[in-house]
Structures are given as C-alpha cells and as structure tokens.
Design a protein around this ligand. Structure first.
Ligand code: PGA
Ligand code: ZN
Length: 398
C-alpha cells in the first residue's frame, strides 16, 4: 500500500517550475517522477495548471484517495484514482502535470517494490528485443527558438544502427557535424529549447545542411542514417486566412500537402510529424494516402495521445503513426492504451519528450516496454541525455 505521496515544485529545463512527485509504500518502495511541459502544445491536450496550483489541488483531492488506499504496483488502479479525484475529462481540476508526475512516481515505486527495472514492470519482460531508434533534434526553430527555421525540428534518424548506443552517438555526431557546417558557412547559432542548433537560416538551407551532415556521419559510422521533421503544422497554420505561413511565403492546404510530399521524395524523409493543422484530419488522410508507404506521417498535436482522437484518425486514414507524450493525456495507463490502439491498427507509436523537460527517464522505459520503433528525446543536453543514457543502460543490462 502507498504510505505517502509528496509533491513539490522543481525546475524544468527552461527554468520554469514543474511538479515533482514521490510515492512511498509501506514495504519500503520508492518512486519519483516529474512532469515535462510543452511550448507548442496542442489545442486538445490535457490541462497543465500552474505548478503550485496543481500541487495544492492534488494534495486536496488525489493524495487522500491514494495514501493507505492504493497499491503502487496496480498502475491502472492508481490512474483510475487520479481520474476519479479529478472528475473532468482533461485533468483541468488537479492538473495533468500533477497527474502525470504521480502516475510515473507510482510506476517507479511499483517497480522498486518488485526489485525489477521500470520497463519490465511496464510490461516489457517479453519486449525490448527491438530497441527504439532515437530521433535526434539537431536543427530547429518554430516555437522553440526565435529567428530560426520555420520548421520546428529537423531530426536525425539512425535507422541502420546496430544498437541503441551506436544510434545515440550517431545523433550526437550529426549534431556536431551540423555545427561544423554552420561554422564553415559563417552562420552563428545558439541552441533552442531542446538543444538543437537554432541558426537564422531559411528552411531550404537547413535541408541542405541536414543532407550534408547526415551523409558525413553515415560515411564515418558505416550504417544508414536518414532524417525526418516535426513541422508543428498547427503553429504554421493561420486558421483565418486558411494558409500555412513561412514568413512572407504562404501555402494553402493543397500546396502544403504537395510541398511535404515533394520533401519526402527529395530527401527520402523517414518521418514527418504534424505536417498539417491539428484540426484537418482530411488533409492528413490525403497526404498519408500519397506518401504513407514511403514515410511515417505522425500525429502529435493531431492526436494528443488521446484514444478518441486516434480512433477518429484511424477511421479516415489520417497519419500512420502517433506521438506518445504521457503528459498530453495525464497518466501512463492512458498513454499505454493509446499505444495499444495504435499498434492494433498498424499505426507506429513514437514515444516523446517535451521541449520543457526534467531528468526524469520514464519515457525511455515506456518506449522499451512497448517495443516502440522510435523515441524522440533530443540529441544533447542533460535533460535529453538523461533519457538517452538510460536507453544505453537498459540495453547494456538487458
Ligand atoms: P513541445 O514540442 O513539447 O513544445 O510541444 C515538442 C513537439 O512538438 O513534438
Ligand atoms: Zn510535435
């Protein structure tokens, strides 16, 4: 039985307060989890409250229903209690940030009680044979950096890597190669929120640099590296004018679909996330129909890890992949159910960090536990390497 749930404010990687939870059990189990936070958040995500408010509400409504009442190892039970304590369908009462921190802390306490790694507790005892390929954000802009590319993320994808460890080092090498190419071109660059280079260049130059960097590292390591994108289409889309805006340049929906299809062919993209607006299932379906056999079309803001929204997408053939962010939906159980629904319907689940992160490593375990083909958790920076290094450890100990 859970004997204590502690909640506190800690820093996230942007320096904002976020919720950390600790779950303690009567038989000496302990788990700690912290909520991440998005910048380019989807319209339909579960609600993040200011950390202090989320903590106060969770202490009042959720903690009394957990302490002395619930078992840490019973993840569905814990997550049901969180939903019951909240009473809304979007965690707007206790905050999805409190909910996800408690959900993750409970899972770790459950694993700790059994003395097994978290990925095994999350169902990975017979999984984890195929480790996820890390998607490494190496150039980016959008809502993650001012005065940089319009496309939010350019992602290295070491699809031919023989191990997670080699994949993680390859992404860091691509990150380094991008820096060298920028230096050769005399382009100064700081970093965005996820540690990607954020140069003031247009998107077409970023594509050139990606192609060059990936090829250079591919030659060095001797396995296939491709790349992909997170276009964060909802941020580009101007709903009043019904166009996607790239600075002065604009594209209507049909032109956006053609643009993305051309990029997929020209650069052999392995992955394109949110190429279109989060409300446009139809356009997603059209693009998926056109290029879905060549590349993953992934819904992030489109699906927000929500099984109802995913079911709607499955119905019309919108996308063929779903981004999984536990804090978008509020609990590990909900994230797990979204993964199951996706896999049953041939949609590839991609487990993901947020732009605002902590040292929490739960998503590394979730990706291994569910045999997710990809995990998106950056390439460099302590809050990103926390997950990447955890993947290396899981692989090494498996
Ligand atoms: P966010 O960005 O965490 O700021 O939402 C990540 C993403 O869009 O995938
Ligand atoms: Zn995204």
């Amino acid at each position: 039985l859970i004997s204590d749930v502690r909640l506190r404010r800690v820093l996230d990687s942007r320096g904002n307060p976020t919720v950390e939870a600790e779950v303690v059990t009567e038989n000496g189990g302990f788990g700690r989890g912290a909520a991440p936070s998005g910048a380019s958040t989807g319209e339909y995500e579960a609600i993040e409250l200011p950390a202090s408010e989320a903590i106060a509400k969770a202490r009042e409504k959720a903690v009394p229903r957990l302490v002395g009442e619930a078992y840490a190892g019973d993840q569905r039970g814990i997550d049901d209690v969180l939903h019951g304590a909240d009473g809304t369908d979007d965690f707007s009462e206790i905050g999805a940030n409190s909910a996800v921190a408690i959900s993750m802390a409970a899972a770790k306490a459950g694993a700790d009680v059994q003395g097994i790694p978290l990925y095994q507790h999350l169902g990975g005892a017979f999984r984890g044979r195929n480790f996820p390929v890390p998607l490494g954000n190496v150039i980016g802009g959008g809502e993650h950096a001012a005065d940089a590319t319009h496309i939010q993320e350019f992602l290295a994808a070491p699809v031919g890597a023989p191990s997670v460890s080699e994949a993680v080092f390859a992404n860091a090498a691509v990150h380094g190669a991008v820096h060298d190419i920028l230096a050769e071109r005399d382009v100064p660059a700081g970093k965005g929120d996820e540690g990607a280079w954020a140069p003031s260049i247009d998107d077409s130059e970023a594509f050139e640099i990606m192609a060059e960097a990936v090829e250079a590292v591919e030659d060095e390591v001797g396995f296939e590296i491709r790349f992909g994108l997170d276009m964060a289409g909802a941020e580009l889309y101007d709903a009043d004018a019904e166009v996607y805006r790239y600075g002065q340049k604009e594209r209507d929906t049909a032109e956006q679909i053609e643009y993305v299809a051309d990029l997929v062919s020209e650069y052999d993209l392995v992955y394109v996330e949110d190429p279109l607006d989060e409300n446009d299932y139809e356009a997603f379906a059209e693009l998926t129909d056109e290029v879905g056999d060549q590349t993953l079309i992934c819904g992030d803001d489109l699906f927000v890890t929500n099984t109802d929204r995913l079911a709607e997408g499955i119905e019309v053939g919108a996308a063929n992949s779903i981004l999984i962010k536990p804090n978008q939906i509020g609990t590990l159980t909900d994230a797990f159910d979204a993964i199951e629904l996706a896999v049953e319907n041939g949609y590839e689940p991609v487990v993901s960090h947020r732009s605002g992160e902590t040292e929490d490593t739960t998503i590394a375990h979730l990706a291994v536990a569910t045999d997710a083909p990809f995990i998106k958790t950056g390439a460099v920076g302590g809050e990103r390497t926390a997950k990447l290094n955890e993947l290396i450890r899981i692989e090494d100990n498996a």
